[in-house]
Write a protein that binds this ligand. Structure first.
Ligand code: SGN
Ligand code: CA
Length: 560
């Protein structure tokens, strides 16, 4: 077992109270955990992080966590994709260690999920919302989870009471998830501490706002990111051959809800159109009427304007931002509701509240939406924590932290020893005012595997230090790059692969690749200037290459 980190007196005594198995004395004082995670919530759209966009669409309830707790401005994921990120969260392991390298298949269910250890230590555990791992929720006394990506409107949930079936409920996903979270809190065994994970579907694609917010931000013009018109000039083919360009790849029908263009769709557009129609068919007639009252006049105006080129790209960006931020507004309400509940029940100050996302997301930077790349906006994720017994209000932490750190952190907050096999580290030593003198990691390892699939981001791994980033892009291009899972009939990866193939998703030619990129994040925070191979960077390149090699060796990384 790893040694407990240095903590303040309260945490030490909490740890001493519980030697980790069975119900212990002093339960009532052991901290509760409320872990809130959104799906694809960018730090750029949380006003506590201060971006110009977020100031136009503030998130007061999420910001309260920063004001009364700690904001981490260098929190990252290991593999910027939903299920892999969730597997890192549950196991404290890197993707190749927990098995979940790609979106659908993989999780190694023999690995310990941290909630199992919390249960053994006498915690009551619950999860509500998006689970997205291809195994039953493991280590939970209560679950109320969505099917796969879930739906925004009138979604179906599975719980211990539904006999393995997903049962449709009436309402909007974010509100229903909040309601079920409160049901768990109301119904829990109050003699035990709890760990509740609230995993929102929002603001995942295709960004369907709640009825009351359909018109929100209608007249707001969001600033266009500096890198929106990026031409990827200094970078390799991965940056230019992706399919996540707002201008080129964001779908007018499914993503931007211009149903009037349905008969102009390409094969891949028709595929996503089917997804939209599935979503829209769930709306009640009243919901559909409100939906149409918002989108139809807007669409009429757009079609009359007959936009093209840059003007159309800007229209897409603005309307993407509006729908995304409307979804965030509901999430912010949810955080407010949960905080109010904890306050009313007298639980607020004895609960560690975490707010984060399963990864970052592009809000038009580099011209993109989605995530996956090791470039900052996707690699970085928001992270806020409130726990007044150990975290000073309004504090900020710039240590390099990663989603493999969640399991160790939540275990150590609960006073449970962290298993040696977990790769992540508890963030507890960073909570206190002495965090700058804590010996902490000075680099992070990243690895993305999910190619060729949605958005066609090439496989890559890399390291990031305080100042530099080295990324290695590799692998066969196009269909030849398919992983064994993608070629194995009956798997979900295979179904996705075949669907994309049938909709002409894969370009006729995609080269096999094996190249590096190097960025100086201090001089070039937007990562526009790839320095790899440039004179003067030999020493730093060699240093980072050694670091990357060391990670690969120590972690036994096998590339395809
Ligand atoms: C869906 C989306 C993709 C998204 C993946 C993964 N397409 O496939 O845009 O990248 O999920 O997202 S959609 O047309 O079905 O919306 S993740 O958050 O689950 O990793
Ligand atoms: Ca996600």
């Amino acid at each position: 077992m790893k040694a407990l980190p240095q903590l303040n007196l309260f945490l030490l005594s909490a740890a001493a109270l519980c030697s980790c198995t069975g119900k212990q004395a002093g339960e009532a004082s052991r901290p509760n955990i409320l872990y809130i995670m959104c799906d694809d919530h960018s730090y750029q759209t949380i006003s506590a992080y201060g971006s110009a966009v977020s100031r136009l669409a503030p998130t007061p309830n999420i910001d309260r966590l920063a004001g009364e707790g700690m904001l981490f401005d260098r929190a990252f994921v290991e593999n910027s994709l939903s299920a892999p990120s969730r597997a890192c969260l549950m196991t404290g392991l890197y993707s190749h260690q927990n098995g979940q390298e790609q979106l659908c298949e993989g999780i190694d269910t023999t690995k310990t999920f941290f909630t199992e250890l919390l249960q053994q230590a006498g915690y009551e555990t619950g999860i509500v919302g998006k689970w997205h791992l291809m195994c039953e929720p493991k280590g939970f006394d209560y679950y109320h989870v969505l099917n796969d990506q879930g739906q925004y409107y009138n979604p179906a949930f599975k719980s211990k009471d539904t006999q393995g079936e997903y049962v449709q409920e009436q309402g909007y996903a974010t509100s229903l998830i909040t309601r079920h979270a409160i049901e768990f809190l109301d119904g829990r065994d109050k003699s035990k501490p709890f760990c509740l994970m609230v995993h929102h579907k929002a603001p995942h694609r295709n960004w369907m706002p709640e009825q009351q917010y359909l018109d929100l931000y209608e007249d707001v013009e969001f600033p266009i990111p500096e890198t929106f018109w990026d031409d990827y000039a200094t970078r390799g083919v991965a940056a230019s051959q992706q399919k996540m360009s707002v201008a080129r790849d964001m779908e007018m029908v499914q993503d931007l809800k211009v149903e009037e263009l349905a008969d102009t769709l390409t094969p891949e557009g028709r595929f996503t159109y089917a997804c939209l129609m599935g979503e829209l068919s769930r709306l009640t007639p009243e919901e559909r009427a409100a939906w149409d009252a918002h989108y139809k006049p807007r669409n009429k105006q757009l079609l009359e304007a007959n936009l093209s080129g840059k003007e159309l790209a800007v229209w897409k960006y603005q309307n993407y931002m509006k729908d995304y931020l409307r979804c965030i507004k509901s999430v912010d309400d949810s955080v407010g509701e949960l905080l109010a509940y904890l306050e009313k029940e007298g639980l607020l100050d004895n609960t560690l509240i975490v707010y984060t996302s399963d990864q970052g997301f592009w809000m038009g930077e580099h011209g993109w939406f989605d995530k996956r790349f090791m470039y900052e906006e996707s690699f970085r994720t928001p992270l806020l924590m409130r726990y007044p017994k150990a975290i000073e209000a309004g504090s900020r932490c710039s240590a390099l932290v990663q989603n493999i750190d969640f399991a160790p952190t939540l275990l150590s907050v609960a006073g449970v020893s962290v298993p040696d096999e977990m790769e992540g580290r508890s963030l507890l030593p960073l909570f206190g005012s002495g965090r700058d003198s804590v010996e902490w990691r000075t680099s992070l390892y990243y690895h993305y595997y999910d190619y060729p699939t949605f958005h066609l981001v090439r496989r890559h791994d890399g390291v990031r230090t305080d100042r530099y980033k080295l990324v290695h892009f590799y692998g066969k291009g196009g269909e030849a790059g398919a992983t064994p899972n993608m070629l194995k009939p009956g798997t979900r990866e295979n179904r996705t692969f075949n669907t994309l193939k049938a909709s002409n998703y894969f370009p006729a030619s995609s080269p096999d690749i094996d190249y590096n990129e190097l960025y100086d994040l201090q001089e070039d925070p937007h990562e526009l200037n790839n320095l790899y191979g440039k004179p003067g960077y030999e020493a730093i390149t060699a240093e980072l290459q050694q670091l990357l090699d060391d990670y690969r060796t120590r972690l036994k990384v096998q590339e395809y």
